[in-house]
Design a protein around this ligand. Structure first.
Ligand SMILES: Nc1ncnc2c1ncn2[C@@H]1O[C@H](COP(=O)(O)OP(=O)(O)OP(=O)(O)O)[C@@H](O)[C@H]1O
Ligand SMILES: [Mg+2]
Length: 319
């Protein structure tokens, strides 16, 4: 297993910004430092997750700031960076007519493993790591969705990178495949850096060391899952209600889950203010609930800010 050769952080972002041609600012002022372990990058659609991961993968140049992988700058030393990282893009799905083994073998050859025997050994090893040895001969189009995602991880791992970047790897997987995937990244994260983007919070699993929440191109939270969970204290509640009560709840709160309970519905929801009458606080919210509570609170402060702005400008016009 290759370990970090330098004391430089695995990934270091300083003031990263990216504005696409046409003027859309997808990222602004992103700073973070990641060491070894599994890190989660969370955020709603369009938050800028893929843009950030593509910058780390040297596929997109930042328009501001600097990004380094193990001390190598992504813009000035892209080749060094590429040799250090493995990347699974959000839309990995080509190679349908090739055999599983062939895909990994080709990518191994492209990443510089030129000796045939050594490459065969490495391809077999990496397919075993992701649990695909039994389907090495099968064509990609005959693999399940989860197997294709794991093949994506295998191709990203073949040159033994120190840093693995995976963009929404669990989309479209069934619960069992998601569990296998979670176990795989937790295991891989023990001795390398994995940065995994997702909007399925539960898919980060217990192995996640720290998480960054990206919203509108900025990091709005960076810390351990426990810190996020602590912040959710008193903001998640449960209540059992009927259809009418349910409608009222839906209008006032963000509902996280609904479960039939006797003649009514037991629901869990997040609040940005007080817990409503008759409801009980949830003692141990899930990470997903903590994430939703955090985002809901942000939404409220954003709305409050906009209200203030409107009030100020209305006041200005009147005066
Ligand atoms: N090539 C592009 N040209 C212009 N704008 C783009 C381009 N790619 C992405 N964007 C915009 O930049 C923003 C961030 O996109 P990005 O794909 O990074 O988000 P994301 O967080 O990965 O979203 P998702 O969860 O849907 O994958 C979006 O508003 C998107 O429309
Ligand atoms: Mg994306």
């Amino acid at each position: 297993m290759t370990l970090h050769q330098t004391d430089a952080p695995a990934i270091e972002a300083c003031g990263i910004g990216h504005t696409y041609k046409g003027g859309h600012a997808a990222l602004a002022d992103v700073d973070f430092t990641l060491g070894t372990g599994l890190f989660g990058l969370l955020g709603p659609n369009g938050a800028g997750k893929s843009t950030l991961l593509r910058i780390i993968a040297t596929l997109l140049k930042p328009t501001r700031g600097s990004m380094a992988v193990c001390g190598h700058d992504v813009t000035r030393e892209p080749l060094q960076v590429r040799s250090l990282i493995g990347y699974l893009p959000q839309e990995f799905g080509a190679w349908r007519l090739h055999r599983t083994e062939e895909v990994v073998d080709t990518l191994a050859r492209m990443s510089g493993l030129s000796k045939r025997r050594e490459r065969r050994r490495r391809v077999a090893e990496v397919l075993a790591t992701v649990g695909l040895e039994a389907v090495a001969d099968r064509k990609v189009k005959k693999l399940s969705g989860g197997m294709v995602r794991r093949l994506g991880v295998a191709q990203a791992l073949v040159h033994e990178p120190q840093v693995l970047i995976v963009d929404e790897p669990t989309v479209g997987l069934d619960p069992e495949e998601r569990m296998r995937f979670r176990q795989l990244v937790t295991r891989l994260g023990r001795d390398r850096t994995i940065l995994l983007s997702t909007h399925i919070v539960a898919d980060l699993g217990g192995g996640c060391r720290e998480m960054s929440l990206l919203d509108g191109g900025s990091i709005v939270f960076h810390g351990t899952p426990k810190t996020l969970l602590d912040q959710a204290s008193g903001r998640v509640f449960e209540v059992t209600t009927d259809a009418t009560g349910m409608e009222r709840m839906e209008a006032a709160f963000e509902i996280v889950s609904r479960t039939p309970a006797g003649n009514g519905i037991a629901l869990r929801a997040v609040t940005t203010g007080e817990i409503p009458e008759g409801a009980a606080p949830v003692e141990q919210p899930t990470l997903e609930e903590a994430y939703l509570a955090f985002m809901a609170a942000r939404g409220r402060s954003e709305a409050a800010r906009q209200d203030e702005e409107t009030a100020t400008s209305a006041g200005g016009n009147a005066g």
